[in-house]
Ligand binder design. Sequence first.
Ligand code: FAD
Length: 424
Amino acid sequence: MRSRTVAVVGGGCAGVLATRELLRCSDDRVVLIEPDEPGGGLAYGSARPWHLLNSRAGAMSADPDDPADFARWAGVAPSSFAPRTVYGSYLRDVFARTAAAYGDRLSVVRDRAQRVDPGLIYTEKSGHIAVDEIVVATGNPGAAQPAALDGHPDYLADPWRPGALEAIPSDAPVLLVGAGLTAVDVVLTLTADGNRDAPITAVSRRGQLPLTHTDQAAPPSDLSLDEPGTLRDLVRRVRRAAADTGDWRAVVDGLRPSIDRLWGNLTPAEQDAFLRHLARPWECHRHRMAPSVGARVATLREEGRLEVRAGGIRSMTAPPAGGLLVELEAGVQWFGAVVNCAGPGRLPAAAGSFVRSLLDDGHARLGPHGLGLDIDAGGRLVGADGRARDNLWLIGPLRRGARWETTAVPEIRTQARALIDRAK
Ligand SMILES: Cc1cc2nc3c(=O)[nH]c(=O)nc-3n(C[C@H](O)[C@H](O)[C@H](O)COP(=O)(O)OP(=O)(O)OC[C@H]3O[C@@H](n4cnc5c(N)ncnc54)[C@H](O)[C@@H]3O)c2cc1C
């Protein structure tokens, strides 16, 4: 078989892992299209030194055949929580080693893909590139905007924009819209230099922060959830297992390999009910803070420097003197800055321009609930006509909806490896 040219669109975590697998395990040539340095991306490219991984180092290897690779590379214990900046350096090193070993079959195009035609991919600056296949690895949809006041200087729609948080005066009270891991990252940055004397308030529908890992992980519980059942049955069984074992973390970790199957077995109405009522509590239990981060957040709350409230934002107005007046459940309050920490939004509204073009041109269609794009069992994009596209593959967070567990490194490296088994 002749070797193919595969374009990998996006050089974040998923794009780097896909590039590595394709070059190492096949004869394919790879054209990696990424505007920034490969190995950055949202999670690892914009992290600050105080942002830790929320997974243990032993879970973060880039190599599906060598689970200890990252912990060994970083010189840390597999049970520890390394800084995300270190993980970013690791990914860049993985990419550099891949480029050194297989450079004759790799080209990197520092550009942004715009759209695709059969056999062609168009980029912003480089015109078009002829390719046989395309792997879409462009990361999460854009952020949800639950309380946007577009364009107002004191409303930060994107907390990851370099320098945005540092520009907030330390005597300005800050409102965070959302209380998940993004909000925790923002709290750590706002309080990193110890000079902040104004309080931070985080507001979310349930007022629930992520829970915390223990220092040492208990072995995952082996739950047999093979009998079919409703969402209600499933929740009951999981709650009972957590009560019986006395360790909900082991139960949550034990469920992970079955999550996609369980999600896929739910009816659309059950999936919808899960998203409305259970997804947030599930995420709080599943995506946990490192112990030292949890301790820091607890201290900030005890000291009254961080308050977490349940409820919504009823209105937000901009007084002439600056800042924002926000109507919360408890009344109207003034904040010097409001930071959107709501996490990824739904498609099509939250689609970046490349994903939007895939949808507009019929190469892709929305996946369940607009959480991502639709794929077939092998990871090919399903087009507007309902047929899987032979030459278009999707990996990473945009599989959400068609799958559930698809955003973390262990799942992404498995998806990257599966690309080499794709139909010849
Ligand atoms: C804050 C945070 C912390 C996380 N912590 C952990 C953790 O501890 N453990 C864990 O397992 N997982 C963690 N994750 C999840 C996971 O690792 C990330 O979701 C993962 O980085 C996704 O990789 P990706 O390549 O799909 O997306 P990204 O890393 O975001 O990369 C997408 C890339 O695509 C590029 N791109 C976008 N559009 C185009 C275009 N049109 N043309 C060319 N390039 C384009 C972007 O420039 C970017 O580099 C975390 C996620 C976040 C957000």
